[in-house]
Design a protein around this ligand. Structure first.
Ligand SMILES: *[C@@H]1O[C@H](CO)[C@@H](O)[C@H](O)[C@H]1NC(C)=O
Ligand SMILES: *[C@@H]1O[C@H](CO)[C@@H](O)[C@H](O)[C@H]1NC(C)=O
Length: 487
């Protein structure tokens, strides 16, 4: 007990000694401390030494640098790692990257509960707690080793310093050396975080990971990607806000917005209830089987060169976009094959553009959406055939969309007319999406006269339906055409 008391009094001495120096040096800007580097290292060691005593209740294992008479039967500790206990500066004045990496390192060496996927150590829900602070970091938060799962980082702000690598990500799950595991990480949760890239790179990079959850994050000031997902699968991004510039629309600098808010280069991910308020591309998708639901894009107006959602998977798209709000910024899909867009609202002349790469379009539904525009005759769905026409077209359903102030475009169209005559021509070009393509026609010819004329469908070329009868009659004609089905 006597020895303990002495240690405690030394600690108390350090505790009163350290803050004076921490405050004293906090005025030097982050990234310009080369002169005081050595001193800082000393301070950091002192701080973590102090922290190891003051916060032992919060740390599952004592840091390896100190071993104050460890008792062999330690009671189980909560697996919460507080970054201030590792010397993190929650005011953001000094660089906290080493403190955050220290907390993660301890979490990675903490107790585990077997494995998740083969090779992924289950950390049992270990938490790296940012304690509501703002931490400036001069390097990306990268993990010391791959093959860990079931842990989270939450509850604070990370901000890139002025010397943060220009192509870095604040949180980066890439691994430097080739690892043997199928996945780098599994069930990593990033929650309640504000990530400020300070116009130096991106926010989160999820590489070759499984079941990553990004929840209630606000990601701003990125120059590359707000979130990049590459390889792996089941990254769920939900209830989050992303924008290069902090704005709420009508920004005078909108023409200059750049960067991509979310870049999905992997399969089987979900983006749900996410707002993208500035970026040249809201969501770029180049992996299959992703679902976007409840996305509100007002990242950069079409008229300024922006795109809300860009589907760059020609020939195998396999994407669903539902319940979304495309606000002055539209959707572009290259050679869409299996694409579903429904129950979404397109405001401000926002439209869907299908861009021909190899002229293939197959299995596309654009149904039950609302479009609202300014009355300038913008088509709700348009084709870009500068690389050649769409020539391989099948199973396209563009129908049942309601339209105000824009031109309706569809693959199914209906029209009726009343006229006395023997030839009736109905031009469907104003409505039909594809030029010169009608694959099926249904018509009803009714007459109030007493005769029973013979009549027939004569011609469907150039999207014009011609019906002819063998005598002149007063007639009502109803015609329905479809471009969607080839056989
Ligand atoms: C946009 O960028 C150009 C060129 O960098 C610059 O001259 C212009 O002032 C910027 N506009 C706004 C509104 O920020
Ligand atoms: C169908 O109409 C086009 C003009 O639109 C014409 O060139 C073509 O010969 C017509 N076909 C028949 C079978 O009458």
């Amino acid at each position: 007990m006597g020895g303990r008391a002495i240690i405690v009094s030394i600690i108390m001495g350090l505790a009163s000694f350290i803050p004076i120096h921490v405050y004293g040096e906090s005025s030097s800007p982050v990234g310009q401390f080369s002169g005081s580097h050595h001193h800082r290292d000393q301070m950091r060691k002192l701080q973590s030494f102090k922290a190891s005593f003051l916060r032992r209740d919060l740390i599952s294992l004592p840091p390896s640098s100190v071993s104050p008479s460890p008792s062999p039967s330690v009671a189980p500790r909560p697996r919460v790692y507080h970054v201030t206990s590792y010397g993190g500066d929650p005011t953001g004045k000094t660089d906290s990257i080493d403190a955050i990496l220290g907390a993660i390192s301890d979490a990675f060496q903490g107790p585990s509960d077997g494995f998740l996927m083969a090779g992924i150590v289950n950390l049992g829900g270990a938490e790296i707690n940012l304690e509501g602070g703002t931490y400036t970091i001069s390097r990306p938060v990268r993990f010391p080793t791959s093959g860990r799962g079931n842990f989270k980082i939450y509850g604070g702000t990370l901000k890139a310093s002025d010397n943060f690598p220009i192509d870095g990500y604040l949180i980066d799950t890439s691994v430097s050396s080739a690892n043997n595991e199928e996945y780098n990480y599994e069930y990593l949760t990033l929650r309640d975080l504000m990530l400020d890239s300070n116009f130096r790179g991106g926010g989160i990079q999820v590489i070759n990971s499984l079941r990553t959850s990004i929840d209630n994050c606000y990601i701003a000031h990125f120059t590359t990607n707000g979130i990049l997902v590459q390889g792996g699968h089941e990254t769920y991004i939900r209830n989050s806000f992303l924008g290069q510039h902090i704005t709420a629309g009508g920004d005078p600098g909108e023409r200059n917005f750049s960067g991509t808010a979310i870049n999905l280069m992997g399969n089987d991910n979900a983006i749900t209830d996410v707002v993208i308020f500035s970026a040249v591309i809201g969501i770029m998708v180049s992996g299959q089987a992703n679902i976007l639901s409840g996305v509100h894009c007002y990242n950069k107006a079409n008229g300024f060169g922006g795109t809300g959602i860009y589907l760059k998977l020609p020939g195998l798209t396999q994407t669903r976009i539902v319940n979304s709000y495309m606000d002055y910024t539209g959707i572009v899909a290259e050679d869409p094959v299996q694409l579903h867009i429904s129950s979404s609202f397109f405001l401000g002349d926002a439209f869907i553009l299908f861009k021909s790469i190899n002229g293939i379009m197959n299995g596309v539904n654009v149904v039950d959406n609302m479009f609202s525009g300014s009355g300038n005759g913008i088509g709700i769905v348009q084709l870009d055939q500068t690389n050649g026409p769409f020539k391989n077209v099948d199973q396209i359903v563009i129908d049942r969309n309601n339209v105000k102030g824009m031109n309706i475009k569809a693959t199914i169209a209906r029209r009726s007319l009343q006229r006395t005559g023997s030839t009736w021509t109905v031009d469907f070009n104003p409505t039909l999406l594809f030029p010169n393509l009608i694959t099926s026609v249904q018509y009803t010819l009714s007459t109030t006269g007493s005769s029973f004329p013979n009549h027939a469908l004569r011609n469907v070329s150039n999207n014009c339906v011609v019906i002819e009868s063998d005598m002149t009659i007063p007639a009502s004609l109803f015609v329905m055409v479809d471009q969607g089905v080839s056989s």
